[in-house]
Design a protein around this ligand. Structure first.
Ligand SMILES: Cc1ncc(COP(=O)(O)O)c(C=O)c1O
Length: 459
């Protein structure tokens, strides 16, 4: 291993070894890995020389990684279930879950078994070849949804980017335009909504609300129009036959501040799209796959899209994106129209199969509903009468606490007290998106820590 190069501490990745259903990290002295050395560390034990190790990682991060993220001075080394541990061995209840990604929590044994087994068989082939996990996962997603076909991507933004391309090509084909006629004026406009977040690549970014994310990178993909969320009249003014290719909407906005759409709004969009011959796209990258207590967030509203984009939780922490589409959409795309080297590789798809199997169980989803209600009721009861707290809202295990001041200070205090939560909206919402496997006790502990942090910060 790296022993020769290791000094007092080293930054090499710890090796996870399997011991039945649970994995245990074994490290040689100084944090370096020797698979046969040292007895198992208890989960809460610190990395040797934790303070120096942390300092070094942070210094090297500043030196070697582009500074596009703002992070606290913590280095996480491992996690189990709803808990993560920093280098000093401090335990954190993780109610951010890697921004709504770790739906099964950290190091889930079923996910790990699927992943390691597949890694030992075949991790990647590119899309030049067939592999079974890719097909099995697609079959499962189709059986569980409105969709007829799946396209794989690697992230949420890529899934949306793919959906934009599918919508634009579909619009050309259905307008009777030769897709390869460069001079043709085809319906191409993309409609999205205030508060939305669809990603950071130039097409998805054009559909995203925050100007701050967009302006430095202008010009973005042309043809993007934005109207206020849940304003059907405004939507009706821009969704037009001959102009609109597709409408992108989150059934529940995550980054935007945990705002759910209404059944009337989504049904209205469905009608407007049908009248205009445009495609309705539900972005369920954050709110999909069990997060709201239903498998798909749009099930709360009884409206079906033509396309749905998925990503975050789908492979339990590995990068994946997916666009689920009807046959009508799929038929407009031909070999060579879109692709990706990594997307849908057998390793990621096998992990995703494990995730989908677990989350799609109705009993699991009932648990999400129950824990979500417990979370909101607990917060509402504990925060009642606090004039700085305007609302506690959400569905299932996506929950927002609306403050009338910036929420950053509350999040920092909560983190110091061992609870990881993040902000949303205009920075004035505390967002809770825990692993979907949290227990009642986890929820109660989170409520206690968060309410104490709010009381201390906003007295
Ligand atoms: C609704 C929604 N769409 C798209 C994205 C972009 O996903 P990614 O960061 O994987 O590109 C996000 C990320 O937060 C999201 O919340």
């Amino acid at each position: 291993m790296h022993a020769a190069g290791c000094q007092q501490f080293c930054l090499h990745r710890p090796l996870a070894l399997h011991t039945g259903t649970r994995h245990t990290q074994r490290r040689a002295a100084g944090g370096c890995v020797r698979a046969t050395a040292a007895p198992p560390r208890p989960d809460t034990e610190a990395v040797p020389n934790a303070a120096r190790f942390t300092e070094q990682i942070i210094a090297d991060e500043k030196k070697y990684i582009m500074q596009t993220y703002v992070r606290p001075n913590l280095v996480f080394t491992h996690g189990e279930g709803a808990r993560m541990y920093d280098a000093a061995g401090k335990e954190y209840l993780d109610f951010a879950a890697g921004i709504a990604v770790n739906a099964l929590g950290h190091s889930d044994a079923r996910w790990l078994a699927a992943l390691t087994e597949q890694a030992g068989e075949l991790a990647h082939t590119s899309n030049l070849f067939h592999t079974a996990p890719q097909v099995r996962l697609a079959k499962r997603l189709v059986e569980l949804s409105f969709a007829d076909k799946v396209f794989y991507a690697n992230t949420g933004t890529e899934a949306n980017e793919a959906a934009i391309k599918f919508a634009r090509k579909y619009a050309r084909v259905h307008a009777g335009i030769d897709p390869y006629d460069a001079s043709a004026a085809a319906p191409h406009e993309l409609v999205s909504f205030g508060g939305s977040f669809h990603g950071r690549t130039l097409g998805a970014l054009a559909l995203t609300a925050k100007d701050h994310y967009k302006t430095p990178f202008a010009p973005l993909t042309p043809g993007a129009l934005m109207v206020p969320y849940c304003d059907l009249e405004a939507a009706a003014r821009v969704i037009q036959r001959g102009r609109t290719a597709s409408v992108f909407v989150e059934p529940l906005q995550g980054e935007g501040g945990i705002y759910a759409a209404s059944a009337d709004f989504l049904a209205g969009l469905r009608r407007l799209c049908d009248d205009a011959g445009a495609l309705l796209v539900f972005d369920e990258v954050q709110c999909g796959l069990g997060r709201t207590g239903r498998l798909w967030a749009h099930e709360h509203f009884g409206v079906r899209p033509d396309m749905m984009t998925l990503a975050k939780p789908l492979a339990g922490g590995l990068p994946i994106g997916a666009v689920l589409v009807t046959d009508a959409v799929a038929d407009a795309m031909k070999p060579g129209d879109h692709g990706s080297t990594f997307a849908g590789n057998p390793l990621v798809c096998r992990a995703a199969e494990a995730v989908v199997d677990i989350i799609s169980d109705p009993a699991f989803l009932e648990g999400v509903v129950a824990r979500g209600e417990r979370l909101r009721e607990g917060l509402r009861a504990a925060l009642a009468g606090n004039p700085r707290v305007k609302e506690v809202r959400g569905l299932g295990l996506i929950c927002g606490v609306q403050l009338d001041v910036p929420a950053g200070g509350v999040c920092e205090r909560a983190r110091d007290a061992g609870l990881i939560v993040i902000t949303a909206g205009k920075g004035d919402v505390v967002r809770l998106v825990p692993p979907l496997v949290v227990t009642d006790a986890d929820v109660d502990q989170a409520v206690k820590i968060l309410c104490e942090a709010i009381a201390a910060e906003l007295h």
